[in-house]
Ligand binder design. Structure first.
Ligand SMILES: Nc1ncnc2c1ncn2[C@@H]1O[C@H](COP(=O)(O)OP(=O)(O)OP(=O)(O)O)[C@@H](O)[C@H]1O
Ligand SMILES: [Mg+2]
Length: 417
């Protein structure tokens, strides 16, 4: 058995691997990468090249955005309706796609250590899905992916518990803590008793008071921005004459595939382009529908969502932002105030807030019994999320650490629990 073990946080947006040195009780390295895949077929042969993370983004841009781009693959794991997707002439099932990401991390970390590490603690959200059948399908698929990537001794740990263990390492006294991990795909909560020496006790079951989660995160905010603020630039609300004297709006389904990554990863480009062309003619060549056609045909989804994310990130630190997207003949520029942004994402924020209230009620723990709220996950930086926590618990109890690495480090630390 090696003296090293990996903690792997396979996230919707970002993934990370932390290497724990078990003998010296120390995390010696954390590798992070965006959970992105890109495939392209070589021109001189039929070989398919696949890329993960930043190299995937670079290959996508270098190839003029041609090729197959996939994001938020974690959300596919619980989908019973997803069996496989064709990438050029190869078929990939859900595990096969995730394997590429896990193997990328394994290869990098193994190369760093000069060893083949087969023991991992793998994170999972509290709920991949509310439906227990789908939830267990997701974990099975994730486990298969880890096996295919070359891991043998695989243990699962809840992501927010892992985040709690990371926070625990910073403590000098015992605390009852609510950990809120607001990620790209899910918002997870856990209430746990933490303390500086507690990890030595081994089994921590009695310290774990409650856990729960909801299937909403930063991706949902980006989807809301796209569908509410941007689809009008791509022809939503455009009218056409269906019969003499009768005007209709172009069908909303034209925009379904471009508002979320779950759909954008897998839609049939040719079929959608044909539909768009039909309505382009019916609307007497609406320029906005031409924007939609270009967006789909030229595979610009990632570039557009990157700008949506940039706007969101700017608004975490400022009251105003300029959303700008200029590609091919598409040109969109609009000011976005924090008030307008909050309106766009309000439905999601309310769902998270209502979930948290119900969660606290169920646990019968009052906010006064909680000493600290530790927030982590990239979306914990969204101001409406911070406000949601502040109104319930006040500013004094709020703590934050490393928004992006807490989970993978905590997964590695869970080796001791
Ligand atoms: N400064 C910021 N302000 C607002 N949102 C941010 C900021 N930085 C990152 N995000 C968002 O945080 C999300 C990613 O967070 P994180 O890496 O914790 O998620 P994840 O672990 O990949 O997802 P999950 O845990 O749900 O599977 C994305 O939606 C990203 O747009
Ligand atoms: Mg996460």
């Amino acid at each position: 058995m090696s003296k090293y073990i990996y903690g792997i946080d396979f996230g919707t947006t970002n993934s990370a691997l932390s290497i724990l040195d078990k003998e010296n009780n120390k995390i010696i390295k954390t590798l992070t990468e965006a959970s992105i895949l890109f495939f392209i077929q070589r021109q001189d042969s039929s070989e398919i090249l696949s890329f993960v993370g930043q190299p995937a983004i670079e290959a996508y841009l270098q190839n003029g955005m041609a090729g197959r781009f996939m994001k938020s693959i974690k959300r596919v794991l619980p989908r019973t309706s997803f069996t496989e997707t064709r990438v050029y002439n190869e078929l990939y099932n859900a595990s096969g796609l995730v394997t590429l990401i896990l193997k990328y991390f394994k290869d990098k970390a193994d190369a760093f250590l000069g060893e083949n590490i087969t023991e991992i603690i793998l994170g999972r959200p509290v709920f991949f899905d509310e439906d227990p059948v789908k939830d267990s399908l997701a974990q099975t698929r994730l486990e298969k992916a880890a096996t295919k990537a070359g891991f043998e001794n695989i243990t699962f740990q809840m992501e927010p518990i892992a985040a709690a263990f990371a926070y625990e390492r910073t403590l000098t006294q015992n605390e009852t803590v609510l950990v809120a991990d607001i990620g790209g795909g899910t918002s997870d909560f856990t209430i746990v008793k933490l303390g500086p020496d507690k990890y030595k006790a081994g089994n921590r079951k009695q310290d774990l008071i409650a856990q729960g989660g909801i299937y909403i995160g930063g991706d949902s905010f980006d989807s809301s921005f796209m569908s509410k603020a941007l689809t009008p630039y791509f022809g939503k609300d455009e009218l056409y004459q269906s019969t003499p004297g009768k005007m209709l709006e172009v069908p909303g389904v034209l925009f379904d595939s471009i508002t979320s990554w779950e759909k954008m990863n897998f839609f049939n480009v040719h079929k959608l382009v044909r539909e768009i062309e039909k309505y382009h003619l019916l609307t007497k060549r609406s320029e906005k529908l031409m924007n939609l056609k270009i967006l789909v045909e030229k595979n610009l989804g990632y570039s557009l969502f990157k700008e949506i994310e940039n706007t969101k990130i700017q608004l975490s630190g400022a009251d105003n932002s300029l959303f700008r997207f200029e590609k091919e003949s598409i040109s969109i520029a609009r000011d976005v105030t924090i008030e307008y942004y909050n309106e766009l994402i309000e439905v999601n924020i309310n769902k998270i807030g209502n979930y948290l209230d119900a969660f606290l009620l169920k646990t019968q723990i009052t906010p006064s019994e909680i000493d600290t709220i530790f927030i982590t996950g990239g979306s914990a930086q969204v101001r409406a999320i911070q406000q949601l926590i502040l109104t319930r618990f006040g500013a004094d109890k709020l703590r934050s650490g490393d928004y992006l690495n807490s989970v993978s480090e905590g997964l590695a630390w869970s080796y001791y629990n």
